[in-house]
Design a protein around this ligand. Structure first.
Ligand SMILES: *Cc1c(COP(=O)(O)O)cnc(C)c1O
Length: 419
């Protein structure tokens, strides 16, 4: 179930006019869909005290999207200085921001502490001594090692650079306590694009058993557990959607059970990116060339600078040709950009209706890890971003990059330096 039929119906009749006005290519995000998904998430966890979604800013770091998410009650998960700045520009402060960095630098610690600080999520025991001023509330990212298998995308925790290993976790809490921390949380992030809610239920179960262990060993009552992000979305037409209601119900039951046995229960946090905005973005690009060689290539005016996932992971993104219905007679084509890399393909041997120069192609599910992952290799520029508002109007929320942007960091009159 790539992008909702509802979005197709609202968007496609208007798309030629939008493309005419703004020019192609562009990512377009759907306010209505984002609102509905966040409402669904909150409904699923309505029975969980203290539930909070910290939107993973790296998925779609656009201030207008972040402002919308904040209005809907989300906090932000940041892992760089730029993301902290964006979260604060959106108005988030203190415990509405989680800073999940790894290999953290002194500059990052300094910015994390500014403007009322944030929830510091420490990635390693060695960082406890490096926090310039230990905040009252601190969290650790937990890596369960051999105790969990991770999912197929993110790989085995034993090989992941992230998180505090099991055998150092108690010492990490002790060390933070010795430096003055008084309130504690626990975080983990084990899955990516996981569509089976049972995996996330197991993660909550795992965090609760660690919380019980920490309480028994150290007398520390964890204030919150953060199950990470990684909830999957259906990229392929016959993929099933993640059952967020089932996750909410089962998480609630686990927390209630914990409460009866321990006389309190931690709040539950989540930091999804993809699940919240992924299905509510599309990359709209125009066909500009058709090449019939050993295969048929449809050349479009966007390239992998706008969307890395197909080239980087072989990821599937569904494609519609606007105004042309798919049929069983469709012949397979490769949909390609102009970058000098043979993996610059949005689709490989994909059956599509006959595409002619000038046709608009809609590449689905680009609302997370799309524009944000873009890059400038080969001098390719990143496209503009548009927002389809719930009132039907369209706003440009990021302009396209220009050659001036590309050249902006170059120093044409280089200052020589001799050691
Ligand atoms: C990337 C990331 C997320 C978001 O992942 P999604 O797959 O978009 O949900 C959340 N937390 C951390 C620490 C991440 O690195």
């Amino acid at each position: 179930m790539p992008i909702a039929n509802d979005l197709r119906q609202r968007l496609y009749p208007q798309l030629p006019a939008i493309a005419e006005h703004f020019g192609t290519p562009f990512h377009l995000y759907d306010e209505t869909g984002i609102r509905a998904t966040v409402a669904g998430l909150h409904a699923a966890f309505a029975g969980v005290a203290g539930f909070k979604e910290y939107y993973a800013v790296k998925a779609l770091p656009n201030p207008r999207i972040l402002a919308l998410l904040r209005e809907l009650g989300c906090g932000f998960d940041c892992s760089s200085i730029a993301e902290l700045v964006l979260a604060r520009q959106a108005g988030a402060r203190g415990e509405e921001i989680m800073f999940t960095s790894n290999n953290t630098s002194p500059e990052e610690f300094a910015v994390a502490a500014q403007d009322g600080g944030c929830i510091l999520n420490l990635d390693d025991i060695s960082l406890v001594a490096k926090v310039p001023q230990m905040p009252e509330l601190v969290c650790f990212r937990y890596n369960p090692g051999a105790e969990r298998s991770g999912n197929s995308i993110i790989g085995t925790p034993l090989e992941a650079k992230y998180g505090v290993p099991h055998h150092q976790l108690l010492d990490a809490f002790r060390a933070a306590q010795a430096r003055g921390a008084r309130r504690f949380g626990l975080h983990t992030m084990l899955a990516s694009n996981e569509r089976d809610h049972r995996y996330m239920v197991q993660t909550v179960e795992m965090l609760l058993s660690v919380a019980a262990w920490v309480q028994t060993e150290l007398g520390i009552r964890l204030e919150f557990l953060n199950m990470g992000g990684g909830l999957g979305i259906p990229y392929q037409p016959d993929d099933e959607a993640f059952d967020v209601a089932a996750l909410g119900q089962q998480a609630q039951a686990l927390l209630e059970d914990f409460r009866t046995r321990h006389d309190h229960a931690p709040a539950l946090h989540m930091e999804s990116g993809r699940y919240v905005t992924g299905p509510h973005g599309v990359l709209v690009t125009r066909a500009i060339n058709r090449k019939d060689s050993y295969r048929t290539y449809i050349g479009v005016d966007a390239c992998m600078s706008a969307l890395m996932r197909p080239g980087m992971y072989g990821a599937y993104h569904h494609i519609d040709v606007v105004g042309k219905a798919a049929s069983t007679a469709d012949a397979p084509v490769d949909v390609v950009g102009s970058l000098c890399e043979n993996n610059d393909k949005f689709a490989v041997q994909r059956p599509l209706p006959p595409v002619e120069d000038g046709d608009l192609l809609v590449i689905h599910d680009t609302g997370a890890h799309g524009h944000a992952m873009g890059f400038n290799y080969n001098g390719k520029l990143r496209p503009q971003e548009l927002l389809l508002r719930s009132d039907g109007s369209v706003a440009r929320i990021r302009r396209a990059e220009t050659l001036q942007d590309y050249f902006a960091t170059l120093d044409f009159a280089a200052q020589e330096w001799q050691p």
